[in-house]
Design a protein around this ligand. Structure first.
Ligand SMILES: *Cc1c(COP(=O)(O)O)cnc(C)c1O
Length: 401
């Protein structure tokens, strides 16, 4: 085998399709989000595709908590959770998360990806005869977890309650079942009918597992997510979330019953056999969650910014896709053009929006995914709309989604 030749050929194929990934080399500047320095051009740019949805990654309260924890406890946790790596910061964070989601218990993982992978693989593989029902547009981390669980799996049509009911009705009522879906889908920005999906699942004796990664911090009276906003927290058996998006740090978690959390804690390799998060991350996360719980103004401004951006894009006759959330996708429909549009925004306008191509979205569904934050000003929005108008005039991109 010519290993290097193999790598080169396969990477060449990605390039030819226009979906070879190039990372922007950024330096975020604490206190001036969404501005950042682009190291490649040496220019200050405006970031329009960050998942630091409400800017908590730079919040003074979060930074102060992290500085203090480093000075008190040092850098790393020093072990896996079982072997000396559970600090009081971890215990406090799990209590804070359980309280946020109004569940008896929570368990922290090194990322949201790991939380999904570890929790789903463990539940699907350990419950004898388990059948998993997975939404067609679920995130890669859930798909990987379900795959590793090796249980019987059925994919229901995206957000389709009737299709889920049809599939559940065909199964042996005695077998354990797990219905797995998200609240806010991050590429289209649509929102699941959480209460209805849970009612159907429970009618057939299934457990419900909800990924609220793109909603925690952002929806609900205290930022617990869409289940809180819709008043259906009780119907969700397992809530999964991240500390890396709305809360601005790193790490993931599940929240639910004491027994379920203890079971995953005791059986999931992705929880057991890895070192725990640094104490400063846990301290920063606790500070972030506490702040965000009462930050209704941030959540309102976040939604207001998203609504304004959508309206201004529509007025400028740009192909903004329908979205029920803070995520604002603009349709391109071609990988090469999507990359060219992104490059032109950066080079001509110092605006950074990463192109979203296959396999993150289907072929032909390529788009620019805009994430307005409370920190984007009216002037930022007007500059973006003008820049997109310029780029759309230069490139052969359709005006309708
Ligand atoms: C980003 C994402 C994750 C993974 O969360 P991380 O904390 O970034 O690892 C899980 N689920 C969905 C839907 C996501 O978009």
């Amino acid at each position: 085998m010519d290993y290097e030749g193999f790598f080169k050929t396969r990477l060449g194929a990605l390039r030819a399709e226009g979906r070879y990934r190039v990372f922007a080399d950024l330096e975020r500047k604490a206190g001036s989000f969404p501005q950042a320095l682009d190291h490649q051009s040496g220019k200050d740019i405006t970031v329009w595709c960050s998942n630091d949805y409400i800017g908590m990654g730079q919040h003074p309260a979060v930074r102060a908590a992290m500085h203090e924890a480093i000075d008190r406890a040092g850098a790393g946790a020093g072990g896996t959770r079982n072997i000396s790596g559970t600090t009081h910061y971890h215990v406090q964070l799990e209590q804070e998360l359980a309280s946020l989601h109004e569940k008896p218990a929570a368990l922290v993982f090194t990322s949201g990806y790991v939380a999904n992978e570890a929790a789903l693989a463990t539940l699907a593989s350990q419950m004898p005869g388990c059948i998993v029902y997975s939404d067609a547009l679920n995130h890669a981390s859930m798909i990987e977890g379900i795959r590793h669980g090796r249980a019987e799996k059925h994919i229901f049509k995206h957000n389709d309650t009737a299709d889920l009911a049809r599939l559940l009705a065909q199964a042996d009522p005695a077998r354990p079942k797990l219905v797995v879906f998200e609240s806010v889908y991050s590429m289209d920005g649509d929102i699941a009918p959480i209460g209805e999906l849970c009612d159907i699942a429970h009618r057939y004796g299934a457990m419900t597992y909800l990924d609220e990664v793109h909603a925690v911090g952002l929806y609900g009276a205290k930022g617990a997510g869409v289940a809180e906003r819709d008043g259906v927290v009780d119907k969700v058996d397992i809530i999964q979330g991240t500390l890396a998006k709305g809360f601005g740090l790193i790490g993931g978690y599940v929240a639910g019953s004491t027994g379920m959390v203890d079971f995953i804690r005791s059986h999931a390799p992705g929880f057991i056999f890895t070192s725990s998060l640094p104490p400063a991350i846990c301290a920063g996360a606790v500070a972030s969650i506490r702040y965000v719980k009462s930050a209704r103004d941030l959540r309102e401004r976040h939604q207001e910014r998203a609504a304004l951006l959508k309206r201004r894009l529509r007025e400028a006759n740009l192909p903004v896709m329908p979205s029920a959330s803070h995520i604002v996708p603009v349709f391109v429909g071609n990988a090469q053009l999507c990359k060219e549009a992104s490059d032109a925004l950066m080079e001509r306008h110092s605006i950074y929006v990463q192109p979203i191509n296959y396999p993150t979205v289907p072929h032909g569904g390529e788009r620019l995914r805009l994430t307005p934050t409370p920190q984007h000003s009216d002037a930022d929005i007007e500059k973006l709309v003008a820049a997109l108008t310029d780029v759309w005039a230069r490139l052969p991109i359709r005006r309708v989604a």
